[in-house]
Design a protein around this ligand. Structure first.
Ligand code: AMP
Ligand code: MN
Ligand code: MN
Ligand code: MN
Length: 283
């Protein structure tokens, strides 16, 4: 069992727990090294680091950057970043700036399907309004009785072809990797098993093209053990890690009690031959 958990979310993005409560829960569940990786924002890191220090844990400063690659949305996790690096700070600010207008369009799309009040409803769940996103809309759609739970929202709403979906231009892959690497961090491709188009997972040719480009840009890691991967996918992405000489990362992608595939920590060990990503910063 791994006592590292290098991917999770707080109320600074779309998690349900404050950075303080998140770190406390991780400590109780035996996590020794935790990375807080909120979407497109680093505002929770100093609080998390302070609480972690008080509990004898190590807090790795992280972020999960939203990226558009070709026509797809991807997530790049940055680990061991310097959250004050100016290009990173400005880049993340630019992404956040786009979220408000997108939310407006999402609400208009839902209204055309007869669902009113979604904008105000979603913002009620957004502790950090500049990070308004689909999870906050999902919680509103559950609360208002349109869906049974958050998982079913992402089948019937907010995804391509369904009410509430709005195409969006996120950061470019070269920018996201450049900001992370420039800040001294390690860029990691998040949950590669989750990039579905119309229910179909990314093909091996596209995955190889993505990883080639990612590595050439300075990307150094891939999530192998992820809360959204099956054990078969641990093996699959361990093979890609080996093929592209990438570090392997592990993270629950925890968002909140009852809302995530996995709770914090207690992640299964890496498949053999993986090089753990923390070797990149633990000397
Ligand atoms: P956004 O950045 O606004 O596009 O929102 C993306 C977030 O939606 C992800 O980080 C997840 O938290 C959530 N999400 C996406 N797909 C699903 C899904 N199938 N089930 C649950 N949550 C999802
Ligand atoms: Mn999320
Ligand atoms: Mn993600
Ligand atoms: Mn995540």
């Amino acid at each position: 069992m791994l006592d590292y958990d290098l991917h999770c979310h707080s109320t600074v993005s779309d998690g349900l727990l404050s950075p303080t409560d998140l770190v406390g829960r991780a400590a109780e569940r035996g996590v020794k090294v935790l990375a807080l990786t909120d979407h497109d924002d680093v505002a929770g890191l100093s609080e998390a680091a302070e609480v972690a220090a008080g509990r004898g844990m190590q807090l790795v400063k992280g972020v999960e950057i939203s990226v558009t690659w070709r026509t797809r949305s991807l997530h790049i996790v940055g680990l061991n970043i310097d959250p004050a690096f100016p290009l990173l700070v400005e880049g993340l600010q630019g992404i956040r700036n786009g979220r408000g207008a997108r939310a407006q369009l999402m609400a208009e799309s839902l209204a055309r399907s007869g669902i009113g009040g979604a904008l105000e409803g979603a913002y009620r769940y957004a502790d950090n309004p500049s990070l308004i996103g689909r999870t906050h809309f999902a919680r509103f759609l559950v609360e208002s009785g349109h869906s049974r739970d958050v998982a079913s929202v992402f089948k019937n709403y907010l995804v391509k072809g369904k009410p509430g979906f709005v195409p969006h231009q996120w950061a470019s892959l070269p920018d996201a990797v450049g900001w992370i690497a420039g800040s001294g961090g390690v860029a990691v491709l998040a949950h590669p098993g989750r990039y579905l188009v119309a229910g179909k997972k990314m093909g091996t040719t596209t995955m190889r093209e993505l990883l080639r480009e990612f590595v050439d840009l300075g990307g150094r890691g891939i999530e192998v053990v992820s809360g959204s991967h099956t054990p078969e996918q641990y093996a699959e992405f361990a093979r890609y890690a080996k093929e592209f000489d990438l570090f392997a990362s592990c993270g629950s992608d925890f968002h909140g009690p009852g809302e995530s595939y996995r709770d914090l920590g207690r992640l299964p060990d890496f498949p053999l031959e993986c090089r753990p990503v923390w070797q990149a910063w633990e000397k």
